[in-house]
Design a protein around this ligand. Structure first.
Ligand code: CTP
Ligand code: MG
Length: 241
């Protein structure tokens, strides 16, 4: 029987580090809202269903200005998120009916078909995987006064991206366990950590892309515009041949 996949796209954050009135996932990037880029990628992919998680006060905006306006057909639910990212994921997980779930930051517009498909096949093979890239900079661990106390071997360090993909029941059970013990949730910044905390299971990292950035601060919008310009440029060059 064909396995089914659902993507949860997270767009319920407030974007405090961006310092704009409009949450960053709804800011315009080269003519359309940031959130549209990842929704388009998942709409085009072999993923079966999409659940969009937005802030409670943006549900109507998402329905009319995103889903209806851009004609996304795989979006079956628009769900209100919560205070923290993990609350928003948990809200989305309640609606997942398929075997596997891919969790993706709506603020990451440059996820590609290759990345989505790689994530889907690895999740089906191992039950969980996370996209990331080896870090380029040296990373130092500091004490509370910002003195470097350790320099981990760079070869073992990855920056973690999304999508993160899991067998649905496995990640749902892990979320229930960790959110049940609320104090444990305070340090959680991604979904793989939930599985690690709840089960001690190792999560496989697979290759994403250095372009698969998360728009977090104003600089990232400049980088994102440059990526878009660069890919438009490429297609012009090809057309001219
Ligand atoms: N997110 C969410 N619900 C939250 C917090 C975050 O759905 N309560 C989503 C964001 O919309 C984003 C992704 O999770 O797509 C990654 O989070 P992050 O980059 O931290 O976004 P924000 O929390 O919005 O930004 P900041 O931390 O600067 O406030
Ligand atoms: Mg945040």
């Amino acid at each position: 029987m064909k396995q089914e996949y659902t993507a949860i796209i997270l767009a319920a954050g407030k974007g405090s580090r961006m310092r704009t009135d409009c949450p960053k996932q709804f800011l315009e990037l080269a003519g359309k809202p940031v959130i549209c880029y990842s929704l388009e990628a998942f709409e085009k992919s072999p993923v079966d269903h999409i659940i969009l998680v937005s802030g409670e006060d943006s549900l109507e905006y998402c329905r009319t200005e995103i889903v209806d306006k851009y004609g996304f057909r795989k979006i079956k639910n628009i769900v209100a998120g919560g205070q923290e990212r993990y609350d928003s994921v948990w809200a989305g997980l309640q609606y997942v009916k398929s075997d596997y779930v891919l969790i993706h930051d709506g603020a990451r517009p440059f996820v590609t078909q290759e990345i989505i498909q790689r994530t889907m096949s690895e999740a089906a093979k191992t039950g969980s995987c996370v996209v990331g890239m080896p870090v380029k900079d040296t990373i130092k661990v500091t004490d509370q006064e910002n003195y470097a106390v350790r320099t981990p071997d760079r070869k073992c360090l990855w920056q973690v991206q999304t999508p993160q993909a899991f067998a649905t029941e496995k990640i749902r059970a892990a979320y229930a366990a960790v959110l049940g013990a609320r104090h444990a949730a305070d340090v959680i910044t991604d979904d793989a950590m939930i599985l690690e905390h709840a089960t001690g299971e190792k999560v496989k990292l697979i290759q994403g892309s250095y372009r698969n950035i998360k728009i977090t601060t104003k600089e990232d919008l400049l980088i994102a515009s440059a990526f878009i310009e660069n890919s438009c440029q490429k297609s012009v060059d090809i057309n001219r041949k």
